[in-house]
Ligand binder design. Structure first.
Ligand SMILES: NC(=[NH2+])NCCC[C@H](N)C(=O)O
Length: 411
């Protein structure tokens, strides 16, 4: 029987995916908060929701079962009863900076008085100070945070379900996120995996959990085959975390034998490997030309296990050769974003032109605004399903970032 999480490639026919429809959290903040919340603009919510529904419909029309994060969290909490709801909230408040004290208790009373659905939606959307008939008197609140409008910040990046966790084989990594703006997000995944009837006690492997030191995010984790994973060394994922997950995958007999660490520039436009590089067919990839040096050079390290059980690390710089060796291919097609034109490539990469979601070998979902890259993909023989993108793209993520595959068919 297929496990509730089963992903042995980036391209096998997508059967089940988890999404998060953007909610109040994507507009519950001010321009001043944007850099800290990792947003470059504030989406217009009704349109963002329409666009997201268009994305979900496109997946459903192609035979994908779509699960929604909020619903899974609520079902998990309800399955665990009031004790779980209370301990989950306690953890969430602790991670939001209120481990104890008056504010902790006030927020606890406020949120526990809600239905589970309302509580979860509220936690995601954020809690403003003016919602409560309470003025905190502690020194931090009075002296430093008097004008700050929130008790609990919104979590606008939740619609990028790709990042807080990543499906790998019959399991997943539940991620220790880099920035405070996203760290609480992976607690939702832990709750689902431990308590949702569909996932709990199903023999799923948590290869690495959110408490491990060293940051890692799902946008950097690409399952290239049932034995090879590529992970970006990026703004969001550290070399330490990559060594750690490699060790665990090798030790726990996951079937994965090779981890390719690929170092990309550390900046906001390219925060994850999947913003510059995605697998779209057995032998085809998108790649943003801006990450490659002369002759297609980029630092990659192939990590394997040596005969004494230690990690072996081999450095190479020819991406094409590294991929051919790892995947046993004679040739492969690296398709440049924007067709390689430097202005178009940068512009379309900024709006996630390289961030494609493969739903079957050679079939990809992309943003319609990246019309040059989409045309190039078609010319390379791919089937391209375009989705609406004006507002969703403001969060700096595309179709791959907005989806967490749970089950794909084996190749
Ligand atoms: N897998 C991805 N590329 N995700 C994009 C995430 C974008 C989000 N605003 C962030 O900075 O975290």
């Amino acid at each position: 029987m297929t496990k509730p999480i089963h992903v042995t490639s980036e391209i096998g026919k997508l059967d089940v995916v988890m999404l998060k429809r953007p909610g109040a959290e994507v507009e519950n903040f001010t321009p001043e908060m944007m850099p800290r919340l990792l947003f470059d603009d504030i989406p217009y919510l009704p349109i963002a929701q329409k666009e997201h529904d268009n994305f979900a419909d496109t997946l459903r029309e192609n035979g994908v079962e779509v699960l929604y994060l909020e619903k899974l969290v609520v079902e998990a909490l309800d399955a665990g009863g009031s004790e779980l709801k209370a301990s989950f909230l306690d953890q969430m408040l602790t991670e939001s900076g209120y481990a104890a004290g008056v504010i902790h208790h006030v927020l606890e009373d406020y949120l526990l008085s809600m239905t589970t659905t309302d509580m979860v939606v509220k936690l995601m959307a954020g809690v403003r100070k003016n919602e409560l008939d309470f003025v905190p008197q502690d020194l931090v609140s009075a002296a430093e945070e008097q004008n700050y409008p929130f008790f609990l910040d919104p979590m606008p990046n939740l619609y990028f379900t790709r990042d807080p966790a990543a499906s790998i084989g019959d399991g997943l990594s539940i991620n220790h996120m880099t920035f405070p703006a996203r760290q609480r997000e992976s607690l939702f995944m832990t709750t689902i995996i431990e308590h949702h009837p569909r996932f709990a006690n199903q023999g799923l492997n948590v290869w690495r959990d959110r408490n491990q030191p060293g940051r890692i995010e799902g946008g950097d984790e690409l399952v290239l085959s049932n034995t090879v994973i590529a992970i970006g060394v990026s703004e969001r994922t550290s070399a330490q975390a990559i060594e750690d997950i490699a060790r665990r995958l090798f030790e726990k007999q996951s079937g994965f034998e090779k981890v390719l660490a690929i170092r990309i520039p550390h900046n906001h436009a390219m925060m994850h490997l999947d913003t510059v590089f995605t697998m779209i067919n057995h032998d085809q990839f998108t790649v943003h030309p801006g990450i490659l040096g002369e002759g297609g050079q980029i630092d990659t390290w192939t990590i394997t296990e040596d005969s004494s059980g230690d990690l072996r690390v081999d450095h190479q710089t020819d991406l094409k050769q590294v991929l051919k060796d790892a995947l046993g291919l004679d040739d492969l097609d690296l398709i440049p974003t924007g067709g390689g034109d430097p202005i178009i490539a940068d512009r379309e990469q900024w709006n996630d032109g390289s961030n494609t979601l493969a739903i079957a070998p050679g079939v990809v979902v992309t943003y319609n605004r990246n019309y040059v890259s989409n045309q190039v993909l078609r010319e390379h023989g791919l089937k391209v399903l375009e989705v609406l993108s004006s507002e969703l793209s403001r969060g700096r993520g595309g179709p791959r970032c907005m989806s967490m595959p749970l089950v794909r068919e084996d190749l």
